[in-house]
Design a protein around this ligand. Sequence first.
Ligand code: T46
Length: 133
Amino acid sequence: MNDSIIKLIKLPVISDDCKLAVAENSKLPFEIKRVYYIYGNENNLSRGFHAHKENQQILFCLRGSVRMIIESAEGKSECTLANPSEGIFLDQMVWHEMHDIDESTILLVIASHEYDELDYIRDHQVFIDLIKK
Ligand code: T46
């Protein structure tokens, strides 16, 4: 395990009678081109199991929790996200898996690129070969 590969990004939170977390381009490691969210995981299936060649992302768990497994050229680690204002930075060439997601979990992802299936590395052995180069 190499916990230093987990890069958490804390959003500023304004607290009054509720909490308001803000993500602004100028304070992020990339410019936001796409936002998507994942919810309604009725069968508690794990997701991810890929890396991106170019796309960079920050994943937030807005409701519930998610156990993230992360692997990069620097090693492998895992963490659990449960704070809506704290996201995990998924840089280029970071293998990621999302586990222990239940039906009520909501994941929000902000991304540096629009969707492109050609940007995905979905074969773990191909990923390992690329990061060893
Ligand atoms: C990621 C993790 C954190 C689209 O058509 N447009 C989109 O913007 C996205 C994100 C997905 N799709 C299609 C591609 C597949 O046919 O939706 C289907 C499910 O995608 P996938 O199996 O990649 O879903 P996850 O939850 O495993 O991964 C998603 C993102 O795809 C991925 O980029 O990093 O969340």
